[in-house]
Design a protein around this ligand. Sequence first.
Ligand code: DQA
Length: 141
Amino acid sequence: KKVLVINGPNLNLLGTREKDIYGEETLEDIAIKMNTEAIKLNVDLSFIQTNHEGEIIDKIHEAKGRIDTIIINPGAYTHYSIAIRDAIKAVEIPAIELHLSNIHAREEFRSKSVIAPVCVGQICGFGSLGYILALNAAVMI
Ligand code: DQA
C-alpha cells in the first residue's frame, strides 16, 4: 500500500513548540519511527510537512491515482480550511485525520474539525503514537 502523510503548519516546530501539549519529539523523530513501522507493514510511505495551505492542496491533488490512503495532520487548518476539506473530498482517496493532542479537550475552537466529515476517521490525543496507530489503520481500511 502507498500512504502519504501530510503535516501542516507549525508541525516543523515539534520538539520546541508547546512541549507540554505536543511532546519532546521532533517531526524528524516521528518520521524515523513511522518509517520503521512502514517497513514492518510493507507500506510505501511518503512523509511531508508544509506551512502552506495551497501546497497541502497541491499534494492532495497529486496523490490521486498514486496513493491508497492519506494521513493528514492539518494543524490549525483543521478548524477552518474548507479548501483542504474540498480537496480531500474531490480526490476520493480514503483519509485519516490525525492530531497529537486531544482537540476535544482543549479550547472550544479546536473541538470543531471541518476536515473530519470527509475522513474515514480521526485519531487524536495519543501524541506521536497516533502516527503509528494511523499507519496501522491505513493498511487495514
Ligand atoms: C494539532 C492540533 C491543532 O489544533 C493545532 O492547531 C496544531 C496541532 C495537533 O496535532 O494536536 O497545530 O493538529
